[in-house]
Structure formats: C-alpha cells, structure tokens
Design a protein around this ligand. Structure first.
Ligand code: SF4
Ligand code: SF4
Length: 317
C-alpha cells in the first residue's frame, strides 16, 4: 500500500492538483468540538443544514461506511489582481467564482484519480467529495498534512497561500497516512482580523458567519439585516478581503494553471446599474457554468440592490 499511496499522490499532481495528502477516515473529535461550539453559539446563521449534519461532518465513514483512507487535494484558483478592475461602480465577485464552477472541475479530476487507482488495485471502491456531502474538508486537509487553519479561517498551504479549492476521495483502502500539519504560521499577525469590514472574525479562526459578507451574499436566506448592508460595499458574490491582506497570499500566491478558472467578468460587465437591468434569462445566460449561478436570481438581485444603495450613499458622502 505504501507504493500505491506515493503513486496516488504523484498521479494527483500530474492531474494538476497543487497539493495532496492522505489521512485516515476515523472520527475527528477536536474538529467536531469546534463545529459544535460554532453551532451552539449560533454563528452559522441561517445555514440550518450545517447544524442538521454536524454529527456526520466529523465522521467521513458516515457517508461511505467502507472508508479507511481519505486522499485530500487542493487546486489553486488564484487569478492575478491586476486583471481585475476595482471600482465602486462595478460589482465585485470573489476571485474563486469568476471562472467556471469549480465543483465540476475538481470532481472530474478526482474521478479520474479514482479510476486510475482502481486500475492498479481492482478491489478499490471510493467516493469523490467536493462540497457534495457534508464533510469537514479543512480539518481533513490539516490531518493529511496540507496546511493549517489560519486566523482568517481558511486553510493556508505553507509557501503557497490560501487560494485553493479543497476536495477529496474516500477510499476503502488502508493507505498509510501522512503526518498531520501540526504547526501554525500566523504568528502574531492579525491583519485579516483588522481588515474584515464586517468584524466577522471575532477571534483568531472564529468566524461569525452571520456577519460575513461571503455568507450573506451566497448562503443567507431572507433579508439582510440593515446593520450589515453597508458592510457589503460593492461585493455582490463572496468576499476576498481577509485573504487579500494575508502575507502568505501577498507573497506566495501564483496564477492558477487551470484555464477553466480564467476570469470571465472583467470591467463594465459588472457595472452595477447594467447588472440590475438583467432579466432572469439574461442573468442565467451570463453566469451559466459559474458558481454565481448557484445562489440564484433572487439573491443576486437582493445583493445588487444593496450594492447600488451603498454606491449612492458613497456618492452623497
Ligand atoms: S470573507 Fe470578508 S466578511 Fe468574511 S471574514 Fe473574510 S473579510 Fe470578513
Ligand atoms: S493575515 Fe495574518 S493572521 Fe490572518 S491568516 Fe494571514 S497570516 Fe494568519
């Protein structure tokens, strides 16, 4: 199994993943405690599904009882900032959502990896996961040795940054695990906590999703509380601020080699006034195949109106 583990990791890198590691599929007690605290403190906001699936999330075998190992992968999605024009009149979409929907890209590569393993080990059975069922990807990535969960609540890969999608494979094979990543390299830095416009990072690695722009523009159901509306600024889908200020990203983030993540929405395409004139059909056409389309037309309209309101407030001041 040792050779198969190493060959699997080599193959994952050949498929274009930027980092890969292996861990066991047993219960993750400490991660489960963190999640329970998050839910008990109601920081998950209206993400009821998170509370409903809390028990299974820390137990990969809940989704695939035969699971013995987890192969965790990371794929860089960063597109250089200079290719994007920032202006208050233009809506801002998080970098990760500006290209093709990552779910399909990661799933395809992971299926390819699973098939490749099965060709070498015919007894292989496995399941691919990319947000497809509730599982705690970041703690698994730490256990697989990929990086640490940073103060901005993202997974940082040392010497590479945090602009990575995570996904994995549950396997029925007992592959030898990698050493967990046991250090953390945020040190005394608190840039992300200070930069968050919504004060959503209430303490290191403690995210209050109810205040987070990313959550409010993507996951939240219902009206956005007036106290938080101004914090959205011109963000209409997601938020990158706590990643953009991070020295690990500023120093090490490199352009993704994945052509599917090429930015589709530059300049005037994101003019807020222009976007409000989009009919549902035009919206569906413009965002077809991207993660933006997942949040739906109604939520898109809601965040657009808030962003336009913020733009006129800005003009008055
Ligand atoms: S994504 Fe934006 S709002 Fe959410 S914690 Fe980071 S900086 Fe704050
Ligand atoms: S900005 Fe500083 S504290 Fe925040 S995640 Fe990056 S290194 Fe850690």
């Amino acid at each position: 199994m040792k050779n198969l583990a190493q060959d699997t990791k080599n193959r994952a890198l050949q498929l274009g993943f930027d980092a890969v590691g292996i861990t066991g599929a047993d219960l993750m007690d400490s991660s489960s405690a963190d999640l329970n605290k998050f839910i008990d403190e109601n920081r998950h906001g209206s993400m009821k599904w998170l509370a409903d699936t809390a028990i299974q999330r820390s137990n990969p075998a809940a989704f695939f009882p035969e699971a013995q190992s987890v192969v965790m992968v990371a794929l860089n999605y960063f597109r250089k900032k200079e290719k994007m024009i920032y202006s208050p009149e233009l809506g801002t979409i998080s970098i990760y959502a500006r290209g093709r929907d990552y779910h399909k890209i990661l799933r395809k590569k992971l299926k390819n990896l699973l098939e490749w393993i099965a060709e070498r080990e015919p007894a292989t059975r496995g399941r691919v996961f990319v947000d497809s069922f509730p599982i705690m990807e970041k703690p698994l990535a730490v256990r697989a040795g990929l990086g640490w969960i940073a103060k901005n609540s993202t997974l940082i890969i040392k010497g590479e940054g945090s602009y990575f999608f995570l996904g994995g494979l549950l396997l029925n094979l007992p592959l030898p695990p990698d050493e967990p990543f046991s250090a953390e390299y945020c040190g005394s830095c608190t840039r992300c906590l200070k930069a968050c416009p919504a004060n959503a990072l209430t303490a290191p690695a403690q995210l209050d999703a109810r205040k987070c722009i990313s959550y409010l523009t993507i996951e939240h159901h219902g009206d956005i509380h007036p106290d938080y509306q101004q914090k959205l600024g011109n963000y209409i889908f997601g938020c990158d601020i706590c990643q953009m200020v991070c020295p690990w990203n500023r120093r090490f983030a490199t352009e993704s080699g994945e052509v599917a993540f090429k930015n589709r929405f530059s300049g005037q395409k994101l003019n807020l006034k222009r976007l409000t004139r989009l009919t549902r059909e035009e919206y569906e056409k413009m965002f077809a195949g991207t993660a933006v389309r997942r949040s739906g037309y109604e939520r898109f309209r809601q965040t657009l109106e808030i962003a336009l309101g913020n733009l006129s407030l800005r003009a008055k001041n």
